[in-house]
Design a protein around this ligand. Structure first.
Ligand SMILES: *Cc1c(COP(=O)(O)O)cnc(C)c1O
Length: 372
């Protein structure tokens, strides 16, 4: 069954080749100036990224997981505090609540968008609830209008997990500008990816920005002046230089992802038993992943693999049902949508450099499977 890969799930090398000259030059410049830690490349990227999202501050850090953790420490999460987040996400979203000292409270997603269902959030709020972490999963923003209303009414902070949603629009704003802060990942495969680990937090709250900066830099803003105990979480100069080069292309890459998603939508809609992604009105989708649902998901995945098409399951087990959360004793009926989706979701290849031939192979194979 070792079939040659005809359509990879993503192709970072193809992307590198499109910007090789600029990237190589940027990397050489960092090496020439030895600006490996902090310095001009990191400062420049922080400014550029804050502007791209539409916020006043960007605090760069080592990865997206740290971004969530740092934000929560700066927001003051302490033992006993409850934080509500989506049952359907990557474990970084929830494990950082625990790391920050709080208690995770999972909330189910809605029936179609894989994002937290605002109608269920209020039932999860207790006197100990301090905040909500909506996840803009797969690139589609959560229902921020509804979530911000609940947060305002109940006096809760909102931390957006934007790891999969760079430049996603929601209403008339960019995802990441609704909450007190937003955590981004620049893991290589994300829509804006470094050549290694990297992350950032965006905020327009100056006090919070300073607290996050301080915590991420050993508790001090000036050398030798440690006000608190912090951690060491920084973005490398090399990664910052790479990200600055890539950020210039992000808008056109995002447009290409949307175009490819449109082709999939058109070609794959109406097939028996297959559900294409639901793009809710007014909720931007930047298609970090193109996730279909099929009741015979495993069979479909195998069928595509036999034809050289790579797919991924994001994620095979919803967070409440992971062994890591066995202590909570979640029952499948507590999170019916997350439970239903974990056995149905399948992410098809989608990346800006994907060729028409590659996408055609995927479309034909999925159609053949569904009609067979
Ligand atoms: C990738 C990701 C993270 C964590 O980012 P890293 O850079 O890998 O630490 C957090 N949340 C979600 C939803 C992610 O997809």
């Amino acid at each position: 069954m070792s079939q040659q890969v005809k359509v990879p799930f993503a192709d970072l090398h193809a992307q590198y080749l499109t910007i090789k000259e600029d990237l190589d030059a940027a990397i050489a410049e960092v090496i020439k100036t030895s600006a490996f830690i902090r310095g001009p490349f990191v400062n420049a990227f922080e400014k550029e990224f804050a502007t791209a999202i539409g916020a006043s501050h960007c605090v760069s850090c080592a990865n997206g997981t740290d971004a969530l953790y740092i934000a929560m420490r700066a927001l003051g999460v302490k033992p006993g505090d409850e934080v509500i987040t989506s049952a359907h996400s990557w474990i970084a979203t929830s494990e950082t609540v625990t790391q920050a000292g709080g208690s995770v409270v999972f909330c189910d997603t809605d029936t179609d968008t894989f994002t937290i269902d605002p109608a269920l959030i209020e039932h999860k709020i207790t006197p100990r609830t301090v905040g909500i972490i909506p996840v803009h999963l797969y690139g589609q923003s959560a229902d921020m209008g509804a979530i911000m209303k609940i947060a305002a009414r109940r006096g809760l902070w909102v931390l957006e997990d934007c790891a999969q949603a760079h430049l996603a629009r929601c209403g008339d704003k960019t995802a990441g500008t609704y909450g007190s802060a937003a955590a981004f990942s620049f893991y290589p495969g994300k829509n804006l990816g470094a050549m290694g680990d990297a992350g950032a937090i965006i905020t327009s709250d100056e006090v919070l920005a300073e607290r996050m900066t301080m915590f991420a830099r050993h508790g001090g803003l000036k050398k030798g002046d440690h006000r608190i105990e912090g951690i060491n979480s920084r973005l490398d100069g090399l990664q910052a230089a790479v990200l600055s080069v890539k950020l210039k292309r992000l808008e056109s890459w995002t447009a290409e992802r949307k175009r490819l998603a449109g082709v999939y939508d058109r070609e794959l809609s109406g097939l028996e038993d297959l559900e294409i992604p639901v793009a809710a009105p007014g909720r931007g989708h930047v298609y970090h992943l193109y996730v279909i649902r099929h009741p015979r998901r495993e069979e479909l995945k195998r069928f595509l693999a036999e034809r050289g098409i790579e797919t991924v399951i994001n994620y095979p087990v919803a967070l409440p049902f992971l062994p890591a959360y066995a202590r909570m004793g979640a029952r499948t009926e507590d999170f019916p949508n997350a439970y239903r989706h974990q056995s149905m979701v399948l992410s098809l290849p989608i990346f800006p450099e994907m060729t028409e031939v590659q996408q055609g192979l995927v479309i034909d194979a999925v159609k053949t499977f569904c009609k067979g």
